[in-house]
Design a binder for this molecule. Sequence first.
Ligand code: BMP
Length: 218
Amino acid sequence: KNRVILAMDKYIPLEILSEIESEVYGLKIGLPLVLDLGLEKVRNLVKEVNIEEIIVDFKLADIGYVMKSVVEKMLFADSFIAHSFIGVKGSLDELKSYLDEKGKGLYLVASMSHSGWNNSFLSYIKEVIKEINPKGIVIGATKTDLISSFKREFSSIKIISPGVGVQGANYGDAICAGADFEIIGRSIYTAKDPVNQLKSINKIIEDRVMNCKGRVPK
Ligand code: BMP
């Protein structure tokens, strides 16, 4: 089972992407990529690849109307990431019902990977997540305890986890703690040979998961 979501914040040529597609679960499209290539080229690139889930990550944080105006231009994706601190009424509620209507998924940011993220809003963020009931949440791989506690509290919500590799978390840590997928960007796309790099990462994760099984919270 593929456990990696490739964070594409920089352009990766189609020849490489087509070798990568069978090795990843998902592709996360970042704002830098869209600003570099333009929307049309991103749309065409996505059309050419065969990857289970295409996630657009602009970390939306706005009123409902504006967030809808963004996602309606990107309905080639399967799902979208938004912040949760923006709250429900007039914002996430409108985005969620729009995405539901279009058959698209929503991920909410629960806790970011960088050291300066302030977890004092965590109980509020949990309230928002409960109310919105998104397809998934984003929790930094650098915070494995939080991953486990969210997994226990929100067992049906998928956890995707960035911060692996360049940002310091070890491959497989987040999954052992209960995450469903690890989001990995620079460690793959800046590698000399991204395809083989990804294959070795997958192997490390697989070995790690074998050894942590049983301890992965259900
Ligand atoms: P990298 O593996 O190159 O560090 O990339 C991590 C990816 O995950 C980036 O696309 C970034 O936007 C995203 N991300 C993160 O690093 N921390 C978070 O808390 C949330 C994120 O979405």
